[in-house]
Design a protein around this ligand. Structure first.
Ligand SMILES: Nc1ncnc2c1ncn2[C@@H]1O[C@H](COP(=O)(O)OP(=O)(O)OP(=O)(O)O)[C@@H](O)[C@H]1O
Ligand SMILES: [Mg+2]
Length: 279
């Protein structure tokens, strides 16, 4: 039997300590927007929007395609400057890309020529961090994420779910204070999504990193979040903020909570009013 754990049955040691120590950061964004191009070609891709995310909070941003969700993530990470407004992380104005962040993109963006472990250890090389410490943290994350035994496999030798798990390990190995995730499970099948949602929730419960999670999935947003921010069509504004009051950890079948259906219905109704659906 291979040592790689099944995607649908990750290790019981997924509850072991991640070894992380940094606390979650606070994120404040005031009136941020993004305008691409200039003059006649100026195109407002986002906002303005405000964000006020507490340390250790898990917040989802849900909205129709093209409304500016990925743009929001770029502004919050400092990878792109806002056209208007400002972002503060832990009270400090964001003027350049921050290092205290882990980002998981929709596409795993792993390097084909590096093994799973070496992809994760890229963070150590780029940031010049202590190798032994990062190796230990990587081993811990591989264990927790059901990837034990996959360390020396190349991305082409991993399933889609495993590649996304490696991306999550890479985003967390340097112990960032915030995790930005852009539709990380969008390409996965429903069974894998349900399991990986649970594994992410368990990791978050233990590490309490601040998470901004972008998704198209109402189930994922309600299933994972403390708070769901619902965005309008382009240029996206935040039209509703829904605190999710459900116990954790949340079950595989969220339908067992009547409240889940109410939250889901609320979001469907907002999208219907905005004309997102053409039924
Ligand atoms: N670099 C860019 N230059 C010009 N326009 C851009 C640029 N990046 C994004 N846009 C436009 O900004 C809008 C918002 O894009 P964004 O990628 O943020 O949407 P999204 O909500 O993430 O969509 P999806 O759910 O499909 O991923 C889109 O109309 C897109 O075409
Ligand atoms: Mg996007």
């Amino acid at each position: 039997m291979t040592a790689v754990q099944s995607e649908t049955n990750p290790s019981a040691s997924a509850l072991a300590s991640s070894g992380g120590s940094s606390k979650g950061a606070s994120i404040h964004a005031k009136g941020i927007s993004k305008i691409y191009g200039s003059g006649e070609n100026a195109f407002r891709a986002l906002g303005p929007i405000d964000l006020d995310i507490k340390p250790g909070e898990f917040v989802s941003l849900i909205g129709p395609s093209g409304c500016g969700k990925s743009t929001t993530l770029l502004l919050v990470s400092g990878l792109e400057p806002p056209s208007e407004g400002s972002v503060e992380v832990d009270g400090m104005p964001l003027t350049r890309p921050i290092s205290e962040v882990g980002i998981v993109f929709q596409d795993h963006l792993l390097l084909d020529f590096r093994t799973a472990l070496k992809n994760v250890m890229l963070q150590q090389e780029i940031r010049g961090l202590d190798k032994a410490e990062l190796r230990e943290r990587a081993a811990n994350l591989f264990d927790r994420l059901g990837l034990k035994g996959a360390e020396d496999r190349y991305p082409r030798q991993l399933s889609g779910g495993m590649r996304q798990r490696v991306s999550i390990a890479r985003a967390l190995v340097h112990d960032p204070s915030m995790l930005l995730m852009d539709e990380p499970f969008g390409a996965l099948d429903a069974i894998t999504r349900t399991q990986i949602r649970h594994d992410l929730e368990m990791l978050w419960l233990e590490t309490r990193k601040t998470v901004l999670f972008i998704t198209h999935s109402i189930e994922e947003a309600v299933g994972l979040s403390d708070r769901v921010l619902v965005m309008s069509t382009s240029p996206g504004r935040i039209v509703e903020e829904i605190p999710i009051d459900l116990p954790r950890p949340r079950p595989a079948h969220l339908g067992e909570y009547p409240e889940f259906s109410r939250y889901a219905q609320q979001i469907y109704e907002i999208f219907s009013k905005l004309g997102v659906y053409r039924f």
